[in-house]
Design a protein around this ligand. Structure first.
Ligand code: IPE
Ligand code: IPE
Ligand code: MG
Length: 255
């Protein structure tokens, strides 16, 4: 979009603020390929990926989004080389260290989903500190998915519900969507309206399996370090031009 930039025009003004998604979830993919393309190590891509995170979180705050969830480390990512995992954990701690004051000033509330107790202790401690510091903030909810897997989240919820049944706390007939939701990491978070994946991969990779039942999906070929605010606005505008029918007919929706 170079011509738009030259004219200093932004797609931001084309966003319908009356029809904003409440929650956008992003599978931030393509850091490694972005780096490799330039003959650099994968970690160079991750470092630049953090820059994109900053820009997108800023954009989300500016447009008044309520929730943004970023898939930062999946359960399956433990299968990567140890050196890459280590670099990712370092980057995470550094990013929190560098950005926390600003996020707090911007009234951002930091949350996590996934089992952070299995992360290296300094990472877990830093995250808990950041969550505590921002817990009363009322602006954008920034949710980091870390050591997250959709299937294990569902299994975890199922186990907890089974335990409650065994202890006669609930009946089998009490199980419905609302009850199940309460046992997920996302109990207090609405389902994503829009799910974005970068890097040209058309898959979900075990992300928010329960929660994306009716999310609008948006895929872009851009690698995450190249994804910018304009790309983010473009995805939102695309979302706003869709008709969400939730099983109904178009005629019913338009009424
Ligand atoms: C996404 O980029 C970041 C994480 C999964 C942590 P990748 O590291 O998956 O980059 P590609 O997909 O190999 O290019
Ligand atoms: C998904 O990306 C996980 C994150 C973005 C953190 P991956 O790059 O790990 O996904 P796959 O393995 O290619 O599906
Ligand atoms: Mg990837």
């Amino acid at each position: 979009m170079p011509c738009i930039r030259l004219l200093n025009m932004s797609l931001k003004k084309n966003i319908n603020t009356e029809k904003l998604p409440r929650h956008i979830a992003i599978i931030m993919d393509g850091n490694g390929r972005w780096a490799k393309k330039q003959g650099k190590f994968r970690v160079f891509g991750h470092r630049n990926g953090v820059k994109t995170v900053k820009k997108i979180v800023e954009a989300a705050g500016e447009i008044g989004l309520e929730f943004i969830t970023l898939y930062a480390f999946s359960k399956e990512n433990w299968n990567r080389p140890y050196s890459e995992i280590d670099a990712l954990m370092q980057l995470l701690v550094n990013a929190v260290n560098n950005e926390l004051t600003k996020l707090n000033e911007q009234n951002v509330k930091l949350l996590t989903i996934g089992d952070i107790s299995k992360l290296p202790v300094p990472v877990e401690e830093k995250l808990n500190y950041a969550k505590k510091l921002t817990e009363n903030n009322t602006g954008l909810k920034l949710i980091l998915a870390l050591n997250y897997g959709g299937r294990s989240e569902i299994i975890k919820a199922t186990k907890k519900i089974s335990e409650q049944i065994k202890n006669n706390k609930i009946n089998i007939d009490d199980i419905n969507n609302d009850l199940f939701n309460k046992y997920l990491y996302t109990a207090e978070i609405p389902d994503p309206d829009l799910l974005i994946r970068t890097s040209g991969e058309y898959r979900i990779s075990n992300f928010l399996l329960w929660q994306i039942a009716y999310s609008e999906l948006y895929f872009t070929n851009k690698f995450w370090p190249d994804f910018d605010k304009e790309d983010f606005y473009k995805a939102i505008i695309d979302y706003q031009n869709r008709e969400r029918r939730f099983g109904k007919t178009s005629e019913q929706i338009k009424k």
